[in-house]
Design a protein. Structure first.
Length: 132
């Protein structure tokens, strides 16, 4: 029989900025007009835009089937979550009280730590963003 390859449930982008989920590769890139978007492509297909972003993404992270996109904005930063599905829109990751997770400056790095993303920004602050 054929071996089934299990994809990781959680992963950070590979060297070319791609995460894979259910046989589809997701990446962030700039449109012709300079705005950023998330693109999806199945094996061998041309990437198609699946959602536009408000800011400049620091990368793309997969956590339990949800794409997590930390982005720098003109007045700070936030973290978006996107569930890959037709018609799905990205939502801002929120604190337990329902307010969006935000910070000052711009994102220097964002790394997956279990079910959290740890964002380090240009002010030197480290913010742990819970994804569950």
């Amino acid at each position: 029989g054929q071996e089934q390859v299990l994809e990781p449930q959680q992963s950070e982008q590979d060297a070319d900025g791609t995460v894979k989920w259910n046989g589809t590769s997701y990446t962030v890139g700039q449109d012709a007009d300079g705005s950023w978007a998330v693109y999806a492509a199945s094996e061998g297909a041309t990437p198609a835009e699946v959602c536009r972003l408000d800011g400049t993404p620091s990368g793309i992270i997969l956590c339990n089937g949800i794409l997590v996109i930390p982005e720098s904005l003109s007045d700070g930063w936030d973290v978006l979550a996107y569930m890959p599905a037709d018609g799905s829109l990205p939502t801002k990751v929120a604190n337990p009280d329902g307010t969006p997770v935000t910070g000052s400056g711009s994102i220097e790095s964002a790394v997956l730590d279990g079910s959290n993303v740890v964002v380090t920004d240009s002010t030197g602050a480290k913010t742990t963003v819970a994804l569950e």
